[in-house]
Design a protein around this ligand. Structure first.
Ligand SMILES: O=c1nc[nH]c2c1ncn2[C@H]1C[C@H](O)[C@@H](COP(=O)(O)OP(=O)(O)OP(=O)(O)O)O1
Ligand SMILES: [Mg+2]
Length: 208
């Protein structure tokens, strides 16, 4: 039975998913995460660089709408990645609006926004959102990583230089993607996405 199923798995064509993002860093981290998993046997994941509309609101709301919007652009199921960075002293900000801050301010300037506050802690959050068709209900996979906002150190990849994860002496900017993925918000969200996609592939092999 086991071997019948594995030969069936081999004969099935891979399930196609389009990962829609305009951010090369996200794509590289995702590819790095995929390489370390078994998903490649069952899925063919391609990338499309489309800039999607992002509504204002809580991160879950933004991801829900972003993936629905993504599903309208291609005929395969879609995946999106939406990131946010929260300063505890700012009670939920910048959150999903960190991108606007990064577009207009340097890392030093973002760090110095916290000058007046003793509490420099915060957390990074990542949502992978998956949607089969424009009519389907999106599935969200959320990962969080706690840390401290510090003076910038390391590579200038988004807010990576100013985020030092809890329990570490280095910022994300000083880590290689491989190291970062093991502990990051994205790595944690990926674990959940992976479990979902593996279960989906295994159901297909069993003909369910
Ligand atoms: O792990 C990360 N480490 C540091 N910075 C990060 C990370 N992940 C996203 N970022 C940056 C990119 C963007 O300035 C903002 C999130 O905005 P977000 O809309 O999710 O990203 P985006 O517009 O660049 O790409 P997309 O085309 O997938 O929407 O935080
Ligand atoms: Mg975006």
């Amino acid at each position: 039975m086991e071997s019948q199923q594995s030969s069936l798995a081999a004969s099935l064509s891979p399930i196609e998913i389009t990962f829609i993002t305009g951010n090369k860093g996200k794509l590289e981290e995702f590819q790095q995460l995929l390489e370390g998993s078994e998903l490649a046997t069952h899925y063919k994941i391609t990338n499309k660089d489309i800039s999607l509309d992002e509504l204002q609101g809580a991160a879950e709301f933004i991801a829900h709408h972003k993936v629905k919007e993504a599903a309208k652009h291609v005929s395969t199921p879609v995946l999106i990645d939406d990131g946010s960075l929260y300063f505890n002293a700012f009670n939920g900000l910048p959150g999903p609006y960190i991108k606007c801050f990064l577009d207009r301010l340097s890392s030093e300037e973002i760090y110095s926004l916290l000058d007046a506050y003793e509490d420099k802690t915060g957390y990074a959050q990542l949502i992978y959102a998956y949607c089969e068709t424009p009519e389907s209900e999106p599935q969200l996979f959320i990962g969080r990583c706690e840390g401290t906002i510090v003076a910038p150190r390391g590579e200038k990849r988004g807010w990576d230089p100013i985020f030092q994860p809890k329990g570490y002496e280095t910022t994300f900017g000083e880590m290689k993607y491989e190291e970062k993925n093991k502990i990051s918000h994205r790595g944690k969200a990926f674990e959940q996405l992976k479990a979902f996609l593996e279960a989906k592939a295994s159901k297909r092999v069993k003909g369910e």
